[in-house]
Structure formats: structure tokens, C-alpha cells
Design a binder for this molecule. Structure first.
Ligand code: ATP
Ligand code: MG
Length: 635
């Protein structure tokens, strides 16, 4: 079956389609009912089936691929590479699981994991799901306050952490952050399990609460911990959204639906067969990391490459070198990651043997045309944009080279994947938009397997946040989109990223795209700023490439001309600032709301998701110095 036919079956006859896909994984008890929609907008997949993520990721592969590499954990921070086979991974996960059991962790208990992107983070995740405990991985770069908020929401029995992470050669002690978070939290866990990497000699343990993992591992190294079979809809893990638009939501993932969706995505979307290698440059702290650093490749019997380090250290060829060494077939990264490489010498793209590499998938933010062009031309590989959310757990829009590859249309993540019936509708009337017209991207219920089942302990917020916007219980993605005449979907930014200039509604995204067409511009963010006359006007913040030279004002003037040329006078920026860095969340997404607040002299609010709080200082200085051009300067 080609794409159209399979997709159609997946939405028209979901029971038939997904019953077939359920065979991609092992079940202890087969599902009694494929889909239950008796309580909309909730839905349950594979009702009555019992399974286990760890069994599907590990145990079931032992007969055939015990000696194949399961995980290669590469750190250019510690200069250590660990090649771990399925057999070894199974051993490590059993030891970790036995340790958790000894600490009193059982089915349904939560375990917060606060770790760098290292193998032990994977051991801990798999150990949790093995015993039916619910993990909540908190990205290791988050500060104590973020961690405390997530601890209070999840109320964990145990927290697993490392002594320290490293970034750019600098040790970042984690344990003091854990101590501070536990002091702040209302529901601190009884136990803290510390993986000591020997990076922080001054690390201090709290008597009675903290335990080092190494001696416990030693003790449990030969333990066999039976898997705990879960009903398909019982939770596997919690994961918080990035918090780009507000308070992070605790996405709750099911077990059976997630395993089936990942298994299907590995072959059809990522085109990977058992034994092949995938490099995912994300971090286990993000949704992409959960699905394609850990569960997806392991469920698919592949080799997962895990990377701790910067994309530019020891040099900007490091990712390509990993592709060569491990014969990576499919790589998964983000536009932000590629834009970092794009600031460097293009020769790095041609230095390594990439003959095994077929596909480069990018997700997380809009993929701008210059970045797409640079990467596809420089590598000669097919670059595939794919769109998803923490909520969906796997791509919702993508091309599917493993099934039937449609031609890439740059700027578009392509077509809905299995089970996603999507529409582009008017944000006011809820009517479908014709091709070529912009609207809100929504998903018709039921949400496919793998998508969130609810917000942790907050069904009401789940219903209100996602299903409360339009009639018909449609799931709102809160993103703008437009479909072309051939059905390719283009994402135009978030529904809260809209500027209203004298009654015209402009997406910040479109203005950013036009500024980015200038060769000197490295990155750009556009926000609306209050204007007495017009309501709002666009404010442009841009960073320049190194080779752009010294004349920032000339480049700013070129930006203004370009926007007017491409979008018309209505989009003419009110002010343009050239800065050295843009405020981004820890997951690399632009935090536009903080730019807007600073520009309007308001309190920027919760900055806890910001990667580098110092970035706003540079923004403040640039604003104080005045815009380089724009009609506000002339006024
Ligand atoms: P929060 O929901 O807490 O504000 P967030 O939406 O940034 O945070 P994520 O789930 O990490 O958290 O990000 C999903 C969002 O990322 C999407 O809704 C979309 O705005 C953006 N996105 C992801 N992939 C793409 C893509 N290929 N093209 C355009 N935008 C994308
Ligand atoms: Mg979101």
C-alpha cells in the first residue's frame, strides 16, 4: 500500500488499521478492543491488552540480537565512548530496576530523572518502565526552581541524578541544584540516587536520603527483575512541554499505544530496519529524545547513538564523524542545531564518508529555506522536515521515505502521518479554510496511538487546553498552518505569535522568513510591539553571521527593505535591533514573549525556561541604545 491508501485506512477504519499495527509489538495479553471512545475527548487504544515498554525495547530482542550494539553513548565532554550491546543493556537495566525496587519503588510510583545525556539516564528510564514505575525526566539543564515545580507536580518516590553534567568543557554540578530543588519542593522524594561520574569532587551527600548508585549496582548486577505487565492505557511516563507559551503541561503517555506508534514510525517514517543505526542529537530530557534516543530505536531493534556535547566541539564535524563511524542511516536533529553548524565552515559537511546516511530529519521549529538549502546542498542528502509536539510523541506531519517518499517541498513538513486527520480551520468561525489560506491546525478526534492520554492529574486542564477552542471536540495544535493545492501543510508559527498592524493580522513567522533571506543574517526573531497609531508594529531582533562585517546599520536597512519588498509596506518593521544572542528556551525555541515584554518595558515574567538569562541583558542594552532603523527611529 502506498501512502494515500494506508493513511486513509488509518483514519477511516482505525480499528482495522491499528489492529494490524498492534502486531508490531509483543503483548502478554492481546487487546480486547482496539479503540474505545466512550468518554470523548478521551480515547483509549488497545483496551485490555497488556504489555511493557522495556520488554519490547530489550527482552524481545535478546534471542536474535544480544550482541548487537543497542546504545552508543558518546561524550565529547568527558571524551568517553561507551558501546553497549542489547545483552549488556539488559544487564544494566535489570541492575537499575533491582536498585529501584530495593528503594521501595513499585508500579505506579513516580521517579524523577535529572541527568545529562548519558547511558545511565537510559538505564534509569528503562528500569522504571520495566517495573511499571512512571518516569518523569527533567532536562538536565533546568535550574532548581524548574525542577522543584516538576517534583511537586509528579510527587516522586525517588529522584535519580548525576553528580554533574558538562557543557563546553565546563563542569556543571547537578547535585547542589537537586539539593536546592528539594529544599524548595513541597513533595520531595524520600530517596535520591546519585550516579557519580567523578566530575564534582566537592559533592556532598545527605545522610539517610542520598545513596550512590555504583555500590548498589554492584550488589544487584546479577538480579533478574521480572517485567510488570501494564494494561495498554496505564501511564508509562510524564514529560513536561517546553513552556514556550506558558506554564509547562505534564503530558501523560500511555504504554501500548505509544509502543505501537513508535514501532510503526521506525519503519515507515524513519526507514530503519533492525540492526541499522540512528543518530538523534536531541537530549533524553525532550520528547524527541524519549522517542528517538531511547524507545523508538530500541523497540525497532536498531542502534541508538546518544550524544553528550556541543555540535561544534571538538570541531563542527563531530556529528558527521559519528555518522561515518557508526554507519548511521537516519539522523534526527533540529533547525537550531543546523543553524549553529551553518555559522561554521561548510567544508565540515564534506569531510566524512556519509555514504550510509540516507535521511536527515529535522523537527522542533519551522525549518527556514536558507537552512534547508544549506544542509541539503552541503550534504547531498534528503532533508525531511517533520512536525510534532511533546503531546503527540511522534511526528504528526512528515514525509515517509520508509513507505513511499513524496517529493520534498521546502518549508513544508508534508502530510499527516497515520491516524492524524488534520484540518486547517478559521480561528473565529471554525470553518475549513480553502487551500492557500491560513488557519489553525487542528486534529479530529480520536487522537492516534502514542499521543498524550491526559495532563497528569488534571483531566480538566487537558480538556480545556486542547479541546476547548472549537466545536466538535477538535484538538487544537495552537499553531497556524496553510495547505497548498497538493495537500502539503506549512506551519506558520504559533497562534499567539500574531501581530495586529492597523487591523492587518501578520504572523511573526512570515516576517522572520523574509529577514532570513538576507545572507548576512544568522538568526532572527520578530515580535509585535505596542504602537499608539497602528495598534502594533513588528520589532525585529537579529544576530549576524561572523562574516557579515561591521556595518550593522547597513544590514538593518537591508532587512527593512527586504521585508517591504516581500510582504509589503504593512509589514514594515517599526524597529530593528542587531544583537549578539536571542533568548531561547532550553529546547532551542525562541522565547518571543520575553522579547516583547522587555521591549514594552514590562516584567518578562517566568524566565525559568530560558537557556541563558544573560541573553536578555544584551537585548536591554540594544533597546537602550535605540533601534538601528525602522520608522520608529525616524519618528
Ligand atoms: P508549550 O506548549 O509549553 O508552550 P512548546 O510548544 O514549545 O511549549 P514542544 O512540545 O516542545 O513545546 O514544541 C512543539 C511546538 O514546536 C509545536 O507546537 C510547533 O509550534 C513547534 N514545531 C515543532 N516541529 C515543528 C516544525 N517541523 N515546523 C514548525 N514548527 C514546529
Ligand atoms: Mg506546545
Amino acid at each position: 500500500m502506498g501512502y494515500e491508501e494506508s493513511w486513509k485506512q488509518s483514519v477511516d477504519e482505525p480499528e482495522v488499521f491499528w489492529a494490524e499495527q498492534a502486531r508490531l509489538i509483543d503483548w502478554k495479553e492481546p487487546p480486547r478492543q482496539i479503540l474505545d471512545v466512550s468518554r470523548p475527548p478521551f480515547r483509549r487504544w488497545f483496551v485490555g491488552g497488556t504489555t511493557n515498554l522495556c520488554h519490547n525495547a530489550l527482552d524481545r530482542h535478546l534471542a536474535e540480537r544480544a550482541d548487537q550494539l543497542a546504545i552508543v553513548a558518546v561524550s565529547t565532554e568527558t571524551d568517553i565512548t561507551r558501546e553497549i550491546t542489547y545483552r549488556e543493556l539488559h544487564r544494566e537495566v535489570n541492575a537499575f530496576a533491582a536498585t529501584l525496587v530495593a528503594l521501595g519503588v513499585g508500579k505506579g510510583d513516580r521517579v524523577v530523572i535529572y541527568m545529562p545525556n548519558i547511558a545511565e539516564a537510559v538505564f534509569a528510564m528503562l528500569a522504571c518502565v520495566r517495573i511499571g514505575a512512571i518516569h518523569s525526566v527533567v532536562f538536565g539543564g533546568f535550574a532548581a526552581h524548574n525542577l522543584a515545580m516538576r517534583i511537586d507536580d509528579a510527587e516522586p518516590a525517588v529522584l535519580v541524578c548525576a553528580d554533574a553534567g558538562m557543557r563546553g568543557g565546563k563542569v556543571i554540578p547537578y547535585k547542589p541544584l537537586v539539593d536546592a530543588a528539594l529544599a524548595e519542593a513541597n513533595a520531595p522524594p524520600a530517596h535520591v540516587l546519585v550516579v557519580d561520574r567523578g566530575l564534582d569532587e566537592s559533592m556532598h551527600l545527605v545522610e539517610g536520603r542520598d545513596a550512590l548508585y555504583a555500590p548498589l549496582r554492584e550488589k544487584h548486577l546479577h538480579a533478574d527483575v521480572p517485567v510488570t505487565w501494564l494494561e495498554s492505557n496505564e501511564p508509562s511516563y510524564l514529560l513536561y512541554t517546553s513552556g514556550t507559551t506558558g506554564k509547562p503541561k505534564g503530558v501523560q503517555r500511555d504504554t501500548g499505544g505509544y509502543a505501537v506508534a513508535l514501532a510503526l514510525s521506525m519503519t515507515t517514517i524513519f526507514d530503519l530496519a533492525p540492526g541499522q543505526a540512528m543518530l538523534c542529537t536531541s537530549d533524553v530530557g525532550w520528547a524527541v529524545g524519549h522517542s528517538y534516543n531511547v524507545y523508538g530505536p530500541l523497540i525497532g531493534g536498531c542502534t541508538a547513538i546518544l550524544y553528550e556535547g556541543l555540535p561544534t566541539r571538538p570541531d563542527p564535524g563531530i556529528w558527521w564523524r559519528l555518522c561515518e563511524t557508526y554507519k548511521v542511516r537516519t539522523m534526527f536533529s533540529s533547525p537550531t542545531g543546523i543553524r549553529i553548524l551553518k555559522k561554521q565552515d561548510e567544508e565540515w559537511l564534506r569531510k566524512y564518508d556519509l555514504s550510509a546516511l540516507r535521511w536527515i530529519f529535522l523537527a522542533g521549529e519551522p525549518l527556514d529555506q536558507p537552512t534547508y538549502d544549506w544542509l541539503s546542498r552541503g550534504t547531498g542528502k534528503t532533508v525531511i522536515d517533520n512536525y510534532w509536539q511533546t503531546e503527540t510523541g511522534w511526528p504528526a506531519l512528515s514525509l515517509m521515505p520508509g513507505l513511499d517518499l513524496k517529493p520534498v517541498r521546502p518549508g513544508s513538513p508534508g502530510f499527516p502521518t497515520f491516524g492524524y486527520r488534520m484540518r486547517v480551520i478559521d480561528d473565529v468561525t471554525g470553518e475549513d479554510k480553502p487551500a492557500g489560506e491560513k488557519g489553525v491546525l487542528v486534529i479530529e478526534p480520536p487522537l492516534p496511538p502514542g499521543c498524550l492520554s491526559t495532563i497528569w492529574r488534571d483531566d480538566e486542564r487537558y480538556v480545556r487546553s486542547y479541546f476547548g477552542h472549537f466545536k466538535g471536540s477538535l484538538y487544537s495544535s495552537l499553531d497556524w498552518a496553510v495547505r497548498d493545492a497538493d495537500g502539503y501543510t506549512f506551519i506558520l508559527g504559533r497562534t499567539d505569535d500574531v501581530i495586529n498592524v492597523a487591523g492587518h493580522r501578520l504572523g511573526t513567522r512570515e516576517i522572520e522568513e523574509s529577514v532570513a533571506t538576507l545572507g548576512e543574517v544568522a538568526e532572527v526573531a520578530v515580535v509585535g510591539v505596542a504602537d499608539e497609531l497602528k495598534g502594533q508594529v513588528p520589532a525585529v531582533f537579529a544576530t549576524l553571521k561572523q562574516e557579515a562585517g561591521g556595518d550593522a546599520t547597513a544590514v538593518a536597512q537591508a532587512m527593512e527593505r527586504r521585508v517591504v519588498e516581500l510582504l509589503g509596506g504593512v509589514a514594515r518593521p517599526g524597529c530593528i535591533y542587531v544583537v549578539s544572542a536571542l533568548p531561547k528556551t532550553r529546547s532551542g525555541k525562541l522565547l518571543r514573549r520575553s522579547l516583547q515584554a522587555v521591549l514594552e518595558g514590562r516584567d518578562p515574567g517566568d524566565l525559568s525556561t530560558l537557556d541563558d538569562p544573560g541573553a536578555l541583558e544584551g537585548i536591554r542594552r540594544a533597546i537602550a541604545a535605540g533601534p538601528l532603523c525602522g520608522h520608529r527611529r525616524e519618528a
